[in-house]
Design a protein around this ligand. Structure first.
Ligand SMILES: Cc1cc2nc3c(=O)[nH]c(=O)nc-3n(C[C@H](O)[C@H](O)[C@H](O)COP(=O)(O)OP(=O)(O)OC[C@H]3O[C@@H](n4cnc5c(N)ncnc54)[C@H](O)[C@@H]3O)c2cc1C
Length: 460
């Protein structure tokens, strides 16, 4: 079994490698923390079998990461604990290395003298820096696999796209090539054993994160739970077309945490949804709407964060958006809240407060409310730069799916018009699209949503 070579790209080709070993293949697992439907793991195993060597998987655990708390780390590490077990059952060693990859992976490579180093792709700036530093500090052949996007990011487009309307045709044209089923990882013929068994408690003890943001029980971590969640969603897929923008109804898939932590492949969800529509044409409208979000919008977010190094800064907005926001910098705001007031949900707007509480208490704000929530940050914060910073901080700290290309892009869409167009000019917003509570009331039962999220008060 070989995987499509356009999914892979050499970071250092065998011709450029300064060292040639006949040791194991090492997969430095980063974004795609799963055994099933993982093109990077499949590629690593294929290469190991072709070389007649063993396969090892290593994860580098940093003690802090952006604004992640124990809520996000707990979900990630519990998922990794199950992954380590599954890999072991397939004869593949899993090693948890404590520290940033540039600091710990080169020594690991020296210990194991790999014939090939494989990694997956994550567009975030810091992840790219890690990959570059590992490349500089190792000498073996090094290959990267896009195992997240249905259409590999670099194949879909070589540049930052303007919006869904420019990326959509490129992706749709390539779906017949890339939206295919996955082979399975096999029990590896040359077994490897870990340097030491994965120890969840030791991993947890190594963290230096905020322990006060509680883990959430509604989302069970791990690949098995991800597949259960997907099956649950397929069972209620029918309402996605009509109800997904209603935060009082359970129409969204709730799969974003599983995609974010790499516990479920977006391509698996896409295949299953497409199969459901093939079996029951009445589901077609919902499936089309789901695939638009899952593939086009999500891959557009990867495109934005990969090609725009300022994806989380005011300077990352289009020039028209910067111009219009600068023109309205001095506009008088009806309210100006501090970061602390936002965080504690202490605004005059009960709908905004409810959304903030939903995020803080459940770990996942409904998708429609995320737009309203971020728009109001722009309206009632002293500057757009501060609104952007507060939006990213709160999103990354409390959302289980935070620190994701979708999050940076969602905040930039709301506050900086990224992937959107210019609208009628108005105070504070300039030509950035406006949203208000009346618009929400036209779409859903605002009182019911507020009633659901009135307590607790966020003493924090
Ligand atoms: C201000 C703001 C902040 C956001 N923060 C995040 C975040 O931190 N992490 C995150 O994953 N998403 C974020 N989003 C995008 C979107 O709201 C979530 O992906 C979605 O609500 C997740 O819930 P779901 O999986 O049930 O969605 P579903 O409606 O079931 O969608 C299925 C999948 O499609 C993708 N998707 C859906 N909507 C979008 C979108 N607007 N842009 C890109 N991809 C999309 C996601 O991968 C999602 O899991 C944000 C949006 C905004 C406006």
């Amino acid at each position: 079994m070989t995987i499509d070579t356009t999914r892979t790209r050499w970071l250092r080709s065998p011709d450029d490698a300064r060292v040639s070993n006949d040791g194991p293949v090492i997969y430095w697992i980063n974004r795609e923390r799963r055994i099933a439907d993982n093109w990077a793991l499949l590629h690593a195993q294929h290469e190991a079998i072709a070389r007649g060597t063993s396969l090892r998987v290593a994860f580098c655990l940093v003690p802090t990461f952006l604004d992640a708390t124990i809520r996000q780390y707990g979900f990630m590490l519990r998922g990794i604990e199950a992954l380590a077990r599954d890999l072991d059952a397939h004869g593949i060693a899993f090693d948890m290395l404590l520290g940033a990859a540039p600091d710990v992976l080169p020594a690991y490579c020296e210990r194991h003298a790999p014939s090939l180093l494989v990694t997956d792709l994550e567009p975030l700036r810091i992840k790219g820096q890690w990959v570059n530093a590992v490349r500089e500090r190792t000498a073996v052949p090094f290959v990267q696999v896009d195992a997240h996007n249905v259409v590999p990011l670099w194949v879909a487009s070589p540049k930052q796209e303007y919006g869904a309307y420019t990326l959509r045709p490129k992706i749709n044209r390539l779906l017949p090539t890339y939206l295919t089923d996955f082979p399975s990882v096999v029990t590896h013929p040359m077994r490897s054993t870990p340097e030491r068994a994965f120890d969840l408690d030791a991993a947890m003890a190594s963290l230096r994160v905020d322990m006060t943001v509680a883990e959430v029980s509604a989302f069970v971590p791990g690949e098995a739970a991800a597949h259960t969640m997907l099956q649950n969603f397929l069972g209620r897929l029918r309402t996605y077309a009509t109800d997904r923008n209603d935060p009082t109804k359970p129409a969204q898939s709730d799969l974003s945490p599983y995609f974010h932590y790499g516990q479920l492949a977006p391509q698996r969800a896409a295949l299953e949804a497409r199969n459901a529509a093939d079996a029951d044409p009445a589901l077609r409208e919902s499936v089309d709407a789901f695939l638009e979000e899952l593939i086009v919008r999500r891959e557009l977010a990867d495109n934005f964060t990969y090609y725009n190094p300022d994806y989380d800064r005011f300077e990352g907005f289009h020039p028209w958006a910067q111009t219009t926001l600068n023109k309205h910098r001095a506009d008088v705001r009806d309210h100006v809240y501090s970061p602390d007031q936002w965080e504690r949900a202490q605004t005059h707007d009960v709908l905004w407060n409810a959304a903030q509480r939903e995020m803080v208490t459940t770990g996942k704000m409904h998708g429609f409310m995320r737009m309203y929530w971020a728009k109001k940050l722009l309206e009632w914060t002293a500057t757009p730069d501060e609104a952007l910073a507060v939006g990213i901080y709160l999103n990354d700290k409390y959302e289980l799916d935070g620190r994701d290309p979708n999050g940076y892009t969602g905040v930039a869409w709301s506050i900086g018009g990224v992937h959107d167009r210019a609208w009628v000019e108005r105070p504070v917003y300039g030509q950035i699209r406006y949203m208000n509570a009346n618009g929400c009331a036209r779409k859903f039962d605002v009182k019911a949503y507020i009633a659901r999220h009135t307590s607790p008060s966020l003493g924090l």
